[in-house]
Ligand binder design. Sequence first.
Ligand code: NAP
Length: 496
Amino acid sequence: MSNTTLDHEALIVGAGFGGMGAAIELKRQGVRDIAIVEREDDLGGTWHVNHYPGLAVDIASVTYSYSFEPNPNWSRLFAPGVELKGYAEHVADKYDLRRHMEFGIVVERAVWDDEGEFWTVHFADGTSRTAHYLLTATGFLSQPYTPDFPGIDSFAGEIIHTTAWQDGYDFAGKRVAVIGTGATAVQLIPEIAKSAEHLTVFQRTPIWVVPKVDFPIPPVVRRIFAALPFTQRAARVVNTSLLEMLMVFGVLHYRQAKPGNQVAALLSKAHLRSQVRDERTREQLTPSYDFGCKRPTFSNHYFRTFNRPEVDLQTSSIVRVEPGGIVVEDGTEVEIDTLVLATGFNLWDVNFPAFQIVGRDGRDLGKWWREGRFQAYEGITVPKFPNFLTLNSPYSYSGLSYFTTIEGQMKHIARLFGEMRRRRTDRFEVTEDANEKFLARVTERLGDSVFYAGDCASSRSYYFNQHGEATLLRPQATLPSLKEMSTFPLEDYEFA
Ligand code: NAP
């Protein structure tokens, strides 16, 4: 390390699975002085913030976990959220990450000093720290979105966003509205319907829902996973391969494999038909865009909730909120006591990046992305941002499990830091040329995906940014992506 007066060798923003994975890899690479700063009051990222009823993974747990840290104790094929939080705590303890973590720290800005070769990271409390390396692991879905409905501030009852759940909130005897029908709402709505006096679901865009094949993992199987870890690894390979087929043929190669995508849509339609009695409700719940434009969901309970007499589906647009309820475009006034906002997250305006980051020559990352194109070499580094790794970047999401993305990035970090050790240097920066070539390659490949070759016009999917480009997923199968992350040409970087 060149400058021994810095506060830290590496500063990681975010103590979720991404930040923890990066810290584990940095430690393996010999980086000792690591600070992990986190806005929330505990670790776990999305699995700490979200604790609404019904929360569970929708990628089977054998796959939705670090491959190097299998957990034989998942209670179900799709573990409930609380187990993910427990798993995050276990990882933090086992890899001795807690002593690096500081909570309740909100980062506002980070600026690169090219002469001194360090980052200054400014916090909301007015203090700042310096670090040689900066890593952002701030999540894709971490800036909650509340639509600016006229009159919402006048609402007399309780407003609950799903990311700020009030544990134990009692819906009994209450008239409840849920706005939104994304993956969160699909898990939450059947739970609220169990106790609410009346529930109105406000849907703007229907979502594709397929059956969830879920079951408790018997204790004997868990004991086998613990005693013979290769058995759980085999289960992971099988499950990951199935997901991979879904992603490669259903999403990335839509143009060539359209029938596969259509089979998924038919499966969802059959599921809907078998679960919802009323024809008009079925029609309202049927998406008009291709499967995969938006993240599909898995549920055996969502559709059938609309058969309940005390549950209404409202598809007329919301005009305003009043103290006692919601008024929609056709003039209907829905009286409610509690308003639940399952309205998701803002990705492209406030989350890429999650705070201001200014690199070499004054390049402002957020401005550069928004005024030009969203881009990041291999979904992790950006030209003019030396010693900076952005884990939640355009084109970084690889595979359907977030852990594939994290582990690919860990490989990238390993190769980068290994090369710096070999060269006895401590500065890296991706070249403009390498970045442009990567951007051109992913742009071309995405042409075959459902996002461009399919019909996504009515999907309102957060996969698309404000320029109408689908810049979240890396359009490449998992194995070649992982290989590329550990074999990328070293000439793609300049090492000081
Ligand atoms: P989301 O998918 O963005 O859904 C937000 C919902 O709110 C949409 O139905 C949206 O309608 C609606 N909405 C937003 N603004 C509105 C407005 N002004 N008027 C009416 N409706 C409005 O958010 P999410 O459900 O929280 O899910 C986000 C992602 O989190 C998922 O895609 C998934 O990746 C992840 N997630 C994962 C799990 C899991 O793994 N178990 C569970 C939950 C979430 P439009 O579609 O019309 O915009």
